[in-house]
Design a protein around this ligand. Structure first.
Ligand SMILES: C[S@@+](CC[C@H](N)C(=O)[O-])C[C@H]1O[C@@H](n2cnc3c(N)ncnc32)[C@H](O)[C@@H]1O
Length: 262
């Protein structure tokens, strides 16, 4: 396969697609792979009108999840620079497969971050899940880039005198999900604030950011907004088209019926 270009996204299977990326050229991977929980795109969730949710969503059968995880992560390991990092999001259901794959492929775990969001699905006979796991890993812990003062300086305090720099660097991140009422959307998306935070701590302008599982394209779009280069893959045509439209027109949100070309 020919070398793929940066600042483009591709409508293909990421395991095949990543074969078109040379060794050691990616600075940062931010990704949210499919969950293998038989997720249905059209489910009528809280704050969500199903008709505006774009259908499709490619799930992975539970029994195949570990092999699938090993395959895509192996390609990430090959294309990632020694100075690079990967942030992988996972629910708790299949977290053990993600953790085992990380170890088997020789990645070094730097942090195990918890993303706490608002409004989990209310339950009667168990606690409400309101967090995701985010595994921050690298290939070479000495060469890994990290910019500790990119968001808050040593002297920045909140109104009670607490260090904002310290708080921001704790491994529990409380960040709200985005509800795009009235706009087109895919069923799951990472909030821009979360992606921005990772980009600021683990990349610089001009760096290349890869997301093998683009969905709505959030990682590519926020990377572009923050002057990083990007590349990514999405297997579902409708999601790819949605992400491409957002990128090409520099539109963060697209309201239903709007025509961004005009
Ligand atoms: C959890 S979603 C990603 C959401 C994304 N982070 C966002 O903010 O919109 C996972 C995506 O991976 C896609 N997908 C599943 N298998 C794939 C594969 N083999 N290659 C590329 N994309 C795939 C699914 O269609 C889905 O859109």
């Amino acid at each position: 396969m020919e070398n793929l270009e940066f600042n483009k996204i591709y409508n293909m299977d990421c395991i095949e697609g990543m074969k078109g990326i040379s060794n050691n050229v990616i600075d940062l991977v931010i990704t949210d792979p499919p969950f293998a929980i038989d997720f249905k795109a059209k489910r009528n969730n809280y704050h969500r009108t199903a008709s505006r949710v774009i259908e499709g969503y490619k799930e992975i059968p539970r029994a195949e999840y570990f092999d699938f995880t090993i395959k895509w992560m192996k390609e990430v390991c090959r294309v990632l620079k020694d100075s690079g990092s990967m942030y992988v999001f996972s629910g708790w259901n299949n977290l053990k497969d993600i953790l085992t794959a990380i170890d088997e492929l020789g990645f070094i775990t730097v942090n195990h971050i918890i993303w706490k969001y608002q409004f989990g699905v209310v339950t009667k006979r168990k606690f409400v899940t309101s967090h995701y796991h985010c595994l921050y890993v690298c290939k070479n812990n000495k060469k890994r880039k990290f910019f500790p003062y990119s968001r808050y300086g040593k002297e920045d305090n909140d109104e009670d005198g607490g260090s904002l720099h310290y708080k921001d660097k704790e491994d529990v991140w409380i960040i709200k999900r985005e509800y795009w009422t009235g706009d087109q959307k895919t069923p799951t998306k990472l909030p821009a604030e979360l992606i921005e935070k990772i980009l600021m701590y683990s990349s610089e302008e001009g760096d290349v950011v890869l997301d093998p599982f683009l969905g709505s394209g959030q990682v590519a779009i926020v990377s572009k907004m923050m002057k990083r280069r990007f590349i990514g893959f999405e297997i579902v045509k409708e999601y790819y088209e949605f992400a491409k439209q957002r990128l090409e027109n520099d539109m963060y949100r697209i309201s239903e019926g709007s025509c961004p070309q005009q």
